[in-house]
Write a protein that binds this ligand. Structure first.
Ligand SMILES: Nc1ncnc2c1ncn2[C@@H]1O[C@H](COP(=O)(O)OP(=O)(O)O)[C@@H](O)[C@H]1O
Ligand SMILES: Cc1ncc(COP(=O)(O)OP(=O)(O)O)c(N)n1
Length: 278
């Protein structure tokens, strides 16, 4: 009998284009050798050009999914993606408490997705406070991009020094660790992701690839970190592993449709492209 792999849960929205959201989380989990579980929060009508529709799932159904998989299958680490509304955030916080996710128990990665890369909102403005009061204090790690940093702290980050100020401000909101991602710091020739626990900074620096196809990069980084936590890494070594993974995933990015294509966790499965070739 084969050993059951670690189980990781994503609480996230569906991207019909298969580039971001729970679809990207699941294929990252698969490539990392963990069993992916899902609590679907919203269905987006989305392709490589943008998001044209958002349909949320009832909050009690989101909570029921979390509890159903956690109580039967078990969860070694969990992450959030698009949560859409204050009501869904409240339901997620309650369900996570009931199944011991977060707050020093099962590792909990909160990726505070607020908008698509094309700028369409994926979070109600009224839900910002719910993130601050209900999710950040429960999080093992919060992973904002620079747009999300501005939304949650009011800080406009244009330099590496300001990235440190932002990490301090976010840590004051209650998470154990903060990772301020630097993908949007366009003037920087490299991509620096900055990790902070309230005491020490850890810098993860990688190349900046000149590709437009970076859809799903935040999801891929957060879900790889979640998989590594589920496998027993501490936060610093999980983020280090995830940074190595995202560099290769951006290197392997490919175009789809007429717009922006996804980063590809499939680089981990080199035989997959030729498998099933007639
Ligand atoms: N052009 C790029 N080349 C290499 N790494 C990138 C590139 N763009 C983003 N990344 C990396 O992808 C991850 C997500 O970055 P970011 O764009 O800041 O967040 P989000 O995808 O949530 O908007 C980070 O690890 C970042 O360093
Ligand atoms: C349903 C859904 N969830 C999340 C996103 C955004 O994905 P993310 O990886 O955080 O950001 P980009 O790298 O794509 O900018 C989405 N578009 N849809």
């Amino acid at each position: 009998m084969t050993t059951t792999p670690p189980r990781t849960l994503t609480i996230a929205g569906s991207d019909s284009g298969g580039c971001a959201g729970l679809q990207q989380d699941l294929r990252t989990f698969f490539a990392c050798g963990v069993h992916g579980l899902t609590a679907v929060t919203a269905v987006t009508v989305q392709n490589s050009l943008g998001v044209t529709g958002v349909h949320t799932v009832p909050p009690e159904v989101v909570a029921a999914q979390v509890e159903a998989v956690a109580t039967d299958i078990g969860v070694q680490a969990a992450k959030t993606g698009m949560l859409a509304t204050a009501e869904i955030i409240e339901a997620v916080a309650g369900a996570c408490d009931r199944v011991h996710i977060g707050r020093g128990r099962t590792p909990f990665v909160v990726d505070p997705v607020a908008a698509s890369m094309h700028g369409e909102p994926l979070l109600h403005a009224a839900a910002m406070d719910s993130y601050r009061t209900l999710l950040f204090p429960r999080a093992t790690l919060v992973t904002p991009n620079l747009d999300e940093v501005r939304l949650f702290t009011g800080l406009d980050v244009t330099t590496r020094a300001q990235q440190r100020d932002a990490a301090r401000a976010l840590h004051d909101l209650g998470p154990e660790w903060v990772l301020v991602k630097g993908g949007h710091l366009r003037g920087d020739p490299e991509c620096l992701d900055l990790l902070y626990d309230g005491t020490d900074f850890h810098e993860f620096v990688g190349p900046r690839f000149a590709t437009p196809h970076v859809h799903g990069s935040g999801d891929t980084l957060a879900s790889t970190t979640t998989a590594a936590l589920a496998k027993g890494h501490d936060v610093v070594s999980a983020v280090a592993a995830a940074k190595d993974f995202i560099v290769e995933s951006v290197r392997a990015a490919y175009p789809v449709g007429a717009g922006v294509g996804p980063v590809s966790p499939l680089w981990r499965l080199p035989d997959a492209a030729t498998f099933l070739t007639p």
